[in-house]
Write a protein that binds this ligand. Structure first.
Ligand SMILES: Cc1cc2nc3c(=O)[nH]c(=O)nc-3n(C[C@H](O)[C@H](O)[C@H](O)COP(=O)(O)OP(=O)(O)OC[C@H]3O[C@@H](n4cnc5c(N)ncnc54)[C@H](O)[C@@H]3O)c2cc1C
Length: 478
C-alpha cells in the first residue's frame, strides 16, 4: 500500500467506484480506489448504457469513447413487453441506449483514471471500516499483507454484499428473492431474425440480445421451476431446453463463455450517508436486473456525489451540502425498486391472469404519451431534483430539470453546446443578452464559471439567466 493517508477512499472498482474516482480527480482530489480483485473481470453483467448516463459522461467530454465502441438501439423494454420503449424523441445527443459490455465500460473508465495518474489498488480486500469525528480508517489485506489507510471520507461502492454498508450499520430494507433466472453468453447456430427477442408465454420467459462479438446473451425463466437456488449449477442443457420450450424451436446454443443465475432480491439502503461514509451503486440498491438500470442508476449516483464531495473538500461548500446526496438519490433508489418489482411481477408469473395483464400494460405503452413517460423514467432523462441547492431565485418550473445540450453563441462569438461548458465539473451561470451577471450563489464563487451569452437557444426564450449544477441539472432560471 503506497500511502497511509488520502482525502477519499473508494472501496470497489466497479463502474460506480470508477465513475466517482474520475469525478473526484477532475477536481484534483486525492483518491485511493481499493479493489479486492487482482484483475479486471472479463464477465459483463450490464450491457445497456442509457442515454442519460451517456449524456452525463458527455458533461465531462467522455461520451464518444463509449459510443465509438457500443451499438446504439433506439428502443428499450419494460418487462419484455411487446410495446418497446421509444427513446428516439428525447432532446439529447444520445436519444438511444447503447449496447456495450460492462467490462468495456470499466476499462474505459479505468483508462480515464490512469490519464489522471490514479491507479486502482488491486488485490486490496477491505475488512474493517471505522469512523471518528475527523476521518475514516479502513484496514484489510493487500496481496496477503495487512494494510490500513486513513482518509477524510469513504465511499462504499463495493456492490450488493457491501462490507462498508454492513460496518456502517446501515439497514438494507427490502424483500428476499422469490425467483431466479438462468442466463448464458453463447453462440447460436440458428439466431433469431430480429436483433432483440423477448417472449413470454405459459412455458416461461425468454430474452435474447446480441453481445456484439458474435455471441448472444440468452436469459430464461422456466415456468415449471421459477425458483432455483443460486447454488445449483447453471448448465447449457437447461438453457437450451427452456429456451426451446418457450420459443417452440431450437436456436442451437453452444460454446458458452459464461453461465449464471440471478434473482430478484430487492433492497435499498435506509441511509446513503452515515457521517463520513457514503454508499453508491449496488451497495445502496439491488433489484432484478430488468430494463438495464442498476449500473446506470449507480453511475448517476456517482455523478451526484462526486462534485459535492469535491466541493466540500476544496472548501467551496459546507459539509451540509453532502446531505443532499441522500435527499436527491434515495428517492431515485425507491423508484428503481418500484419499477423493478413491477417488472418482476410481469416477467416471472405465467398464469392466464398475468399474461392478460401483460397484454393490457403493453397496450397502454403503445400510447405515445405513456410510452414517453415510461421511457424517460427508465432512462433517467425524466429525473428532476426539485429543491434548489445554490439559489432560490427565479422560476420554480425550471429547477431540477436536466439542461439539454442546447447550442449558444457566447458574447465573444464562440458557438458552443451547454454540455461542453460543464467539462471542468464546475457550476455554470449563463447571463443572457444584457442581463446582469450571476444571481445570489450560496457557495464559493471560485466554484462558478460565469459567462455572457449573445444568442441563447430558442428553448431559453424569456430567460435572463440560468444557473446549472456541475452534474448538468438546472438549479435556477431567472
Ligand atoms: C445479468 C445481469 C445483467 C445486468 N444488466 C445491466 C444492464 O444492462 N444495465 C445496467 O445498468 N445494469 C445491469 N446490471 C446491474 C449491474 O451489473 C450492476 O448494477 C453494477 O455492476 C453495479 O456496479 P457497482 O460498481 O455498484 O458494483 P459492482 O460492479 O458489484 O462492483 C463492486 C466492486 O467492489 C469490489 N469489492 C467488493 N467488496 C470489496 C471489499 N471488501 N474490498 C475491496 N473490494 C471489494 C468487487 O470486487 C467489485 O469489483 C445487470 C446485472 C446482472 C446480474
Amino acid at each position: 500500500m503506497y500511502n497511509t493517508h488520502t482525502e477519499v477512499i473508494i472501496v470497489g472498482a466497479g463502474p460506480v467506484g470508477l465513475t466517482l474516482a474520475c469525478e473526484l480527480r477532475l477536481a484534483g482530489i486525492h483518491v485511493a480506489v481499493l479493489e479486492r480483485r487482482a484483475e479486471r473481470t472479463t464477465q459483463s453483467r450490464a450491457l445497456t448504457i442509457h442515454g442519460r448516463t451517456l449524456e452525463m459522461l458527455g458533461l465531462r467530454g467522455l461520451d464518444q469513447r463509449f459510443t465509438a465502441l457500443g451499438k446504439p438501439l433506439s428502443s428499450g423494454h419494460f418487462a419484455g413487453l411487446d410495446s418497446r420503449l421509444d427513446f428516439s424523441s428525447v432532446d439529447s445527443p444520445h436519444p438511444y441506449t447503447l449496447f456495450l459490455p460492462q467490462s468495456s465500460t470499466e476499462r474505459l473508465l479505468e483508462e480515464r483514471l490512469l490519464e489522471e495518474d490514479v491507479a486502482i489498488v488491486r488485490g486490496a480486500l477491505v475488512g474493517q471500516v471505522q469512523q471518528d469525528a475527523h476521518g475514516v480508517m479502513v484496514s484489510g489485506t493487500c496481496e496477503g499483507e495487512p494494510f490500513s489507510l486513513r482518509a477524510q471520507y469513504l465511499i462504499g461502492a463495493d456492490g450488493g454484499h457491501s462490507l462498508v454498508r454492513q460496518q456502517a450499520d446501515i439497514p438494507f430494507d427490502g424483500v428476499a428473492a422469490t425467483c431466479s433466472m438462468l442466463m448464458g453468453d453463447v453462440l447460436l447456430r440458428h439466431p433469431p431474425a430480429s436483433p432483440v427477442l423477448a417472449l413470454t408465454n405459459a412455458a416461461g420467459s425468454l430474452m435474447m440480445v446480441p453481445l456484439g462479438d458474435g455471441r448472444h446473451r440468452v436469459i430464461v425463466m422456466n415456468a415449471q421451476r421459477p425458483h432455483v437456488a443460486a447454488t445449483e449449477a447453471a448448465t447449457l442443457e437447461e438453457l437450451s431446453q427452456v429456451s426451446t420450450a418457450i420459443a417452440g424451436h431450437d436456436f442451437g446454443l453452444h460454446d458458452p463463455v459464461w453461465l449464471s443465475r440471478f434473482g430478484d432480491e430487492t433492497r435499498l439502503a435506509r441511509r446513503y450517508r452515515q457521517g463520513r461514509i457514503f454508499l453508491a451503486g449496488d451497495a445502496a440498491h439491488i433489484h432484478m436486473p430488468a430494463g438495464g438500470q442498476g449500473m446506470n442508476v449507480g453511475m448517476q449516483d456517482a455523478m451526484n456525489l462526486g462534485w459535492k464531495l469535491a466541493g466540500v473538500l476544496k472548501g467551496h461548500a459546507p459539509d451540509s451540502l453532502l446531505d443532499s446526496y441522500h435527499a436527491e438519490r434515495h428517492p431515485v433508489g425507491q423508484a428503481l425498486q418500484h419499477n423493478t418489482l413491477a417488472q418482476t411481477a410481469l416477467l416471472t408469473r405465467f398464469d392466464p391472469h398475468t399474461l392478460a395483464l401483460r397484454a393490457a400494460v403493453s397496450d397502454m405503452l403503445a400510447q405515445p404519451e405513456l410510452n414517453r413517460k415510461m421511457a424517460s423514467d427508465l432512462s433517467g432523462f425524466g429525473l428532476r431534483y426539485p429543491a434548489p441547492l445554490a439559489s432560490s431565485a427565479g422560476h420554480a418550473g425550471w429547477t431540477g430539470r436536466r439542461a439539454p445540450d442546447w447550442l449558444l453563441r457566447l458574447a465573444d462569438g464562440t458557438a458552443v453546446g451547454i454540455h461542453e461548458l460543464l467539462h471542468a465539473g464546475k457550476w455554470l451561470h449563463l447571463a443572457i443578452g444584457d442581463a446582469p451577471g450571476a444571481p445570489p450563489f450560496g457557495f464559493d464563487r471560485a466554484w462558478l464559471t460565469a459567462l455572457k451569452v449573445r444568442t441563447a437557444a430558442p428553448q431559453m426564450a424569456g430567460l435572463a439567466g440560468i444557473l446549472i449544477r456541475p452534474d448538468g441539472y438546472i438549479d435556477a432560471a431567472t
